[in-house]
Design a protein around this ligand. Sequence first.
Ligand code: DX5
Ligand code: ZN
Length: 218
Amino acid sequence: DRKIKIAPSILSADFANFGQEIRAIEDQGCDWVHVDVMDGHFVPNLTFGPPLLAAIRPHIQTVMDVHLMISPVDAYIDAYAGAGADILTAHLEAGPHIHRTLQAIRAAGCKAGLALNPGTGLDAVPHLLDMIDLVCVMTVNPGFGGQKFIHSQIEKVRSLRAMIGERPIHIEIDGGMTPETAPLMAEAGADVFVAGSGVFKGGSVQNPDVYGENIRAI
Ligand code: DX5
Ligand code: ZN
């Protein structure tokens, strides 16, 4: 379904309180929980491994949407699937064998996502349409929360929507989502909005209503 979904990125949550943070954003009406996995190699930052994902999995009642910013990918697919990911998204730029990677993700029992960096075109997408459930269009260069939205990606999303047509493939936007930028992407054809700083800013587990206000504003 093409209903708009909000997927807060727990990269902007309090790392000492993931259980409570997840409960707070789900109580406040988020649709998915976005988990940013970074390896210090594909991107210049390090975050979560499979044991951390397995630990937070029981706290997630919606959808665990795992964004793998790692290279290589294939050697880790079973571990992240085993940790409970519902969706595993891999980057086209992470290696030469994205087709094999997407096959392996589905074989591991997860929905398969294809992520594209801001500098990457859509040339590969038509060749992968029958093996993906989601395309993640990065609207910042991956690695950090709180960066500025890259406007050139709006036209990319418009072209991507035309390629996908009515196939049941989500278009997810990741990076710099605010109440100002999200509508531009909704109009261009996106349906899943990842937001880290945009959801968590100003709130806390003691003051979770702010998360709800931020979610609704986006
Ligand atoms: C960036 C991550 C994003 C990030 C978004 O590498 O993939 O999911 O957390 O953060 P904001 O919404 O703050 O741009
Ligand atoms: Zn992400």
